[in-house]
Design a protein around this ligand. Structure first.
Ligand code: B12
Length: 280
């Protein structure tokens, strides 16, 4: 629903009556005083008879096409339809990034399209997480960042936001973060967990450097360490000495909670969580 004239009684009645419709209602000169004084020069009602799957697919395509305003409107409508926020994020937004990636791989899209789709996805992520309630309890402290050499940040931002709404104190160092910065921040905030993300194969060696650096400065026991992102596999994570690996942001929350609980009981076993593959 988008309209100018939000104080107008008629707009409110129309909004109520067509709660599942797309209503575009524009008052002349932004008149907000009320029905009598307003002259409407464009009223458009479009019934929304979409199924949940159709709405999610619409969001995916709007994200892939970089249609930011329409994507946010579609998210609003999906929420009104009662589609769970995480479905809107994963089956809508993330799927949109896969669509634009397929176009990029096949030469039908170039970097500017990826950037615009990425910005649209970022707005969707911000919108979704602004609507989620955060847990009051403090579960632990995480320092998160994108590995050195990598500027992708959407997935890492989703992981950070998901940890926050689940009660973690999160310190996000952003992108292209050196191992030294991770450790310095971890020591400063007395983090329980260092979490490194990468989508770039070329940045994976930096993931490997973190446990080595901790050993060199005699701080191996100070932190738990998890890694994730597109090219990072559980085998790689275990080989480099990380404590855990997860496929998604949802998995990241489970791993962090479990690693902290296990560590309190003296258990430092390597953990893999991949809910989508039934590993939890
Ligand atoms: C959007 C995008 C971009 C945007 C990034 C915008 C932004 N703000 O992030 C821009 C245009 C800037 C970009 C640039 C480049 N990109 Co790019 N990009 C993508 C694309 C299409 C989508 C990434 C994305 O946002 N996905 C959606 C999010 C939600 O998913 P996600 O990141 O995977 O995160 C989820 C999980 O992985 C997991 N997760 C993530 N981190 C962590 C961490 C932990 C601890 C855990 C547990 C879980 C976890 O949870 C997240 C949420 O569930 C991918 C293709 C793809 N499908 O991944 C290519 C892709 C990653 N890019 C690629 C490349 C090559 C590049 C460039 C080198 C291109 C170029 N020629 O310049 C540059 C990189 C520059 C650099 N130095 O980093 C390659 C990487 C190949 C590789 N493996 O090395 C990919 C795979 C495309 C391809 N098919 O080749 N890119």
């Amino acid at each position: 629903m988008s309209y100018i004239g939000k104080d107008c009684i008629v707009c409110r009645i129309v909004q109520k009556r067509f709660s599942r419709s797309r209503v575009i209602w524009i008052h002349s000169k932004g008149d907000r005083r009320g029905f009598k004084e307003s002259i409407y020069y464009k009223i458009s009602l479009e019934e929304n008879n979409m199924t949940n799957d159709e709405m999610l697919s619409r969001i995916s395509h709007l994200v892939a096409d970089g249609e930011q305003d329409q994507a946010i409107e579609a998210v609003d409508e999906a929420i009104k339809m009662g589609i769970p926020l995480l479905d809107i994020l994963n089956k809508g937004g993330t799927e949109g990034m896969n669509i634009v990636n397929e176009r990029y791989d096949s030469g039908d899209a170039y970097l500017p399209e990826l950037v615009i789709a990425g910005d649209t996805m970022t707005s969707v992520v911000e919108k979704i997480f602004s609507l989620m309630d955060s847990r009051e309890e403090r579960v632990g402290t995480v320092v998160i960042g994108q590995a050195e050499g990598d500027v992708h940040d959407i997935g890492k931002n989703v992981v950070a936001a998901m940890l926050r709404v689940n009660g973690f104190e999160v310190h996000d160092l952003g992108t292209d973060v050196s191992v030294k910065k991770f450790v310095e921040k971890g020591l400063e905030v007395q983090a329980d967990i260092l979490a490194m993300s990468t989508l770039m194969t070329a940045s994976m060696p930096y993931m490997e450097d973190l446990p080595k650096y901790l050993r060199d400065i005699g701080r191996s026991e100070d932190f738990l360490y998890i890694v994730g992102g597109g090219p990072v596999t559980p085998e790689f994570a275990q080989r480099i000495g990380a404590n855990g690996w997860g496929r998604s942001a949802f998995d990241a929350v489970k791993i962090c909670k479990r690693l902290i609980a296990n560590a309190k009981g003296g258990n430092h076993d390597f953990l893999v969580v991949d809910v989508a593959a039934g590993l939890q």
